[in-house]
Ligand binder design. Structure first.
Ligand code: NAD
Ligand code: USQ
Length: 432
């Protein structure tokens, strides 16, 4: 039986992945520090779909799912917790989703930038040490991002590129030109992982995922309490999901700048399958594999046009606004990224179709009364080092403690009695 720890299992990608892996017959331990729920509160934003507590959704799965999962609340920044978890559970694979993943969040101000890099880089580094010390043969499946590469004027390869220079050739990591302090944190993670593969013989797969859309998977549909989050706000909402909610709420679509920004996109149902495929086909000892995890490329304007068309079939008139771009990014550029390796392993993509767009729009329409109109317009300007509108969130941070969100997550992570309860939970799961 394959034993898997899913880190970040209360999140948008982690939750449906934990369920999917359990349904596929794996022993799943779902871990999260629940910090994302706190960040949402601090920013005054919320998932469009009403997600129950972590405990409630896990209980619901254990009632209706084909194979139960175990849940543990814990923080990757707490090394003792992480080491203990891995030592006791002895996973074959660890899927690492547990990072601060919003580019706009990381660009709010200095505190959000330092917090993002601290949480992501140190959390990932702790994980590498814990795997090496407690389960060195375990396969790390790490979520990276297509945004690590930026938008170069040449084809993007899957992780590595053969270069000829002054008559000599080598295969080297593909150059990185990330577009935010968040995307930079992923580049730092990739370097740390590659180094430990080289030096300690770790086995790792870095999945450079594109922008994910959709919210429903086979497993989340089984019960209303299993509903996945659906972010549409300016900080955590991603392009297509945002556009569907904007259309449902009768707001114009927020295309930034001219809209020629092109990225790789994939359906959440393909995210969960890609993770399964990576686990079923592990990297070799000492190998740092890189797969580009997306299925289709679109420009932002193309996505907006698709939503306008889908609106027509639902008799909803959709307007498109071209807003001054709050980000610093190329709006008219070459983009051709390779993405065949997951297909070669057996991925059968769910391509963006009219029916998917209709169903996404219908979910958005069903919940449109919950849309907070103040969360739609972009509030984070890449050129500003102190984006005032969101400074309330900074009250959660303790500037004296390396930017970590200590105060706000103390009550849900590994302090005092809770740490003991966690150890018991891990021990009882490991004993099963
Ligand atoms: P999310 O914010 O919905 O989920 C991340 C989860 O990790 C949250 O539940 C959060 O509480 C948890 N977490 C964060 N820091 C933690 C820590 N230190 N210890 C324990 N738990 C912690 O994000 P998501 O959209 O599910 O993204 C998951 C991963 O996939 C991220 O690494 C992200 O960079 C990557 N990714 C996401 C997308 C996308 O479109 N959503 C695209 C490409 C890559
Ligand atoms: N955009 C708009 N209007 C919007 C929102 C976004 O025009 O209302 C544009 C952005 O300017 C950008 C593109 O759409 O050019 C994608 O933006 P996004 O917010 O959908 O995605 P991004 O910030 O890149 O981040 C998301 C996830 C992140 C993941 C990344 C994959 O939040 O975790 O790493 O997608 S990738 O883009 O491939 O790097």
């Amino acid at each position: 039986m394959t034993r898997v720890i899913v880190l970040g299992a209360d999140g948008y990608c982690g939750w449906p992945t934990a369920l999917h892996l359990a349904a596929a017959g794996m022993d799943v331990c779902a871990v999260d520090n629940l910090s994302r729920r706190r960040w949402d509160e601090a920013l005054g934003i919320a998932s469009l779909t009403p997600i129950p507590s972590f405990e409630t959704r896990v209980d619901a799965w254990n009632e209706v799912g084909s194979r139960p999962i175990q849940a543990v609340v814990g923080d990757l920044l707490d090394y003792d917790f992480l080491h203990d978890l891995i030592a006791r559970f002895q996973p074959d694979a660890i899927v690492h989703f547990a990072e601060q993943r919003s580019a706009p969040f990381s660009m709010i101000d200095r505190l959000h930038a330092t917090f993002t890099q601290h949480n992501n880089v140190i959390g990932n580094l702790n994980l590498l040490f814990a795997i090496k010390e407690a389960a060195p043969d375990c396969h790390l499946v790490k979520l990276g991002t297509m945004g690590e590469y930026g938008t170069p004027n040449i084809d993007i390869e899957e992780g590595y590129i053969e270069i000829e220079h002054n008559g000599r050739k080598d295969t080297l990591p593909y150059p990185k030109q990330p577009g935010s302090f968040y995307h930079l944190s992923k580049v730092h993670d990739s370097h740390n992982i590659a180094f430990t593969c080289r030096v300690w013989g770790m086995r790792a797969t870095d999945l450079n995922q594109g922008v994910v859309y959709g919210t429903v998977t086979k497993e989340t549909q089984l019960d209303a309490r299993l509903v996945n989050r659906f972010d549409y706000d300016d900080v955590y909402g991603t392009a297509l999901n945002r556009f569907c909610v904007q259309a449902a709420a009768g707001e114009p679509l927020t295309v930034y700048g001219s809209g020629g920004q092109t990225r790789g996109y994939l359906d959440i149902r393909d995210t969960v399958r890609c993770i399964e495929l990576a686990i079923l086909n592990p990297a070799k000892a000492g190998e740092m594999r890189v797969y580009n995890q997306f299925t289709e490329q679109f420009s932002v304007s193309q996505l907006a046009e698709l939503v306008v068309q889908a609106g027509r079939t639902l008799e909803t008139e959709v307007q498109v606004d071209h807003l001054p771009n709050p980000r610093v990014e190329l709006e008219d550029h070459y983009y051709n990224a390779k993405h065949s390796k997951l297909r070669d392993l057996g991925l059968e993509p769910h391509l963006l179709s009219d029916s998917l767009l209709d169903s996404l729009l219908n979910i958005a329409i069903e919940h449109r009364d919950a849309v907070q109109s103040g969360s739609i317009k972009p509030r984070v300007d890449w050129r500003d080092t102190a984006n005032k509108g969101l400074s309330a969130a900074a009250a959660l941070y303790d500037p004296g403690s390396q930017g970590a969100l200590r105060g706000a997550i103390d009550d849900v992570t590994t302090r005092g009695r809770q740490r003991d309860a966690q150890r018991e939970a891990v021990a009882s799961f490991a004993a099963k």
